[in-house]
Design a protein around this ligand. Structure first.
Ligand SMILES: [Zn+2]
Length: 501
């Protein structure tokens, strides 16, 4: 009897899997399916997939990288000893080519035939609801409009599978680039919710500066970056001790002036060999990715085109230039979506020290994407600082001013549906923010005044996995207080030494 029941159950389950729930015409659950548009690197890029020589090129395979480095280490050592910068440049160029060279696109902006994304998702099954999504992934190197075309088909398939005539688009980081191209080409018909989580909608200064060759190693930025990123290291055990030791080490290095020294050395190295590595390795590889060009803010674009030696015509040129239209139109496209009743939520981080390699290291960000670019135009103070007194005293409408005086959201394209999270590292998971997304996806009205728990300015509390409203300036002593006291002693000693020196 049990056997019969289990057989029957199997049959029922099988039918359930084959026949979508809406077989009688349309799903009545009231919750349209979520499509999650993933970030950069959401799908692995593989050389010679399925063969014995298969090699993952992205995400970077550490073993592959180390092997490539081993191959050039003797040459690097020799070049450093003899202070031969040409040889050093050659060795570094060889290393970059061995590790990333096969990722380069051709003059039409196409991948090498043996370099592919073999695991791209196809929508499957009809399961949908607040806790389940269809994952849209893509090859981040390619033209975002190619992804837009694929997303268009993907949306149609999800609608057919679930019996809904609309979908929710939830985009993380580079997912916003795909969204921008999609809205520009296909509009927002059949989309009822748009969420942009840390998306470089107007680019990111790091890409702009790097593609213009503006590299700067700054000691303060490097230390702050280390400190802001350390809590997210997955050390796995004895976290406090390791974190504490790293903080102390960073502080010691800064205290005795070593970081400045290292930075100066690094800068000299960049000056000496940077031009060669840029010309022979970085430009011919990374300069051929229209997907990375999509991160270059408008203000940098013309300079970057010159610096990166973009060909004057051809398929690659056209693809690199095409995305400018999506970026130029994103404010209008999202505004029109919201005016037509699409529930829009833009959310971005601020007050995290950004990648310390560029001259604009003071620009407040989530560590990767500048707050002003992710928020479509917020006016921001420098990282860790409030807006200028002159700006604040001239500001008459303070409705969209953050309580810590760091952000004025009134200059955003969509100030009423743009949230800011202080100390939120780029795309870090946070249950509190997920709770906000649940409200955005289920409530009729979406705005920064609609949800009591989620006003416009929030603060990420990573230990508690929550966000709380910002009430004032960050407590500079809070971090210090949380350190073990012996580390504070070390800090004190080093600050003393520094003052005496
Ligand atoms: Zn449904």
């Amino acid at each position: 009897m049990k056997k019969v029941i289990s057989l029957l159950l199997c049959a029922v389950l099988l039918c359930g899997a084959v026949i979508p729930a809406w077989a009688d015409g349309g799903c009545s659950c009231g919750f349209s399916p979520i499509i999650y548009v993933g970030p950069l690197g959401c799908s692995p890029i593989v050389r010679d997939a399925g063969t014995e020589e298969e090699q993952t090129l992205w995400k970077i395979d550490t073993k592959f990288l180390i092997n490539n480095l081993k191959a050039v280490l003797p040459a690097i050592g020799k070049a450093l000893l003899t202070r031969n910068t040409d040889q050093l440049g050659d060795a570094l160029t060889a290393f970059v080519h061995a590790s990333f060279g096969d990722l380069a696109l051709d003059s039409e902006g196409r991948s090498k035939e043996n370099v592919t994304t073999p695991e791209l998702n196809v929508p499957q099954g009809s399961r949908h609801g607040p806790d389940s999504d269809y994952y849209f992934d893509y090859d981040f190197r390619l033209d975002p409009y190619e992804h837009a075309d694929r997303l268009h088909d993907f949306i149609a398939q999800v609608k057919a599978l679930t019996g809904h005539d609309s979908v929710k688009l939830k985009c993380s980081s580079m997912g916003g680039v795909v969204l921008s191209a999609y809205l520009d080409k296909y509009g927002h018909d059949g989309v009822d919710v748009i969420i942009c989580r840390c998306c470089p909608l107007l680019g990111t200064a790091v890409a702009g500066e790097a593609f213009c060759g503006r590299i700067e190693l700054n000691a303060t930025a490097l230390t702050r970056y280390g400190e802001d990123a350390i809590p997210y290291l997955e050390t796995g055990f004895a976290d406090d001790l390791i974190e504490g030791s790293l903080y102390a080490l960073l502080e010691c290095l800064r205290g005795v002036g070593l970081i400045d020294g290292l930075c100066a050395l690094g800068e000299k190295l960049i000056k000496d060999v940077g031009a060669q590595v840029f010309d022979q390795a970085l430009i011919p590889i990374f300069g051929t990715f229209p997907g990375i060009w999509a991160f270059v803010p408008e203000a940098y674009f013309d300079d970057a085109v010159r610096f990166m030696k973009v060909p004057a015509q051809g398929g690659l040129h056209d693809k690199i230039f095409a995305y400018r239209r999506a970026m130029a139109n994103i404010k209008a496209n999202l505004t029109s979506a919201r005016n037509d009743g699409v529930r829009v939520c833009l959310i971005c981080g601020y007050n995290v020290q950004r990648t310390p390699l560029v001259t604009l290291w003071r620009s407040t960000s989530d560590g990767t994407v500048d707050t002003k670019y992710a928020s479509l135009g917020a006016t921001c103070g420098n990282v860790k600082e409030p807006l200028d007194d002159s700006y604040l005293s001239a500001l008459t409408d303070r409705q969209y001013l953050s309580p810590d005086l760091m952000i004025d959201a009134s200059t955003c394209a969509l100030p009423a549906c743009t949230w800011f999270v202080r100390d939120w590292l780029h795309c870090n998971g946070n249950a509190g923010i997920d709770e906000l997304f649940d409200l955005v996806m289920t409530k009729d009205e979406v705005s920064v005044t609609a949800f009591e728990k989620f006003p416009q300015f929030l603060e990420a509390n990573d230990d508690a996995d929550t966000v709380t409203p910002v009430t004032g300036a960050p407590d500079a002593r809070a971090r210090l207080k949380s350190f073990p006291s012996f580390l504070n002693l070390i800090r004190f000693l080093f600050s003393l030494i520094k003052r005496l020196a």
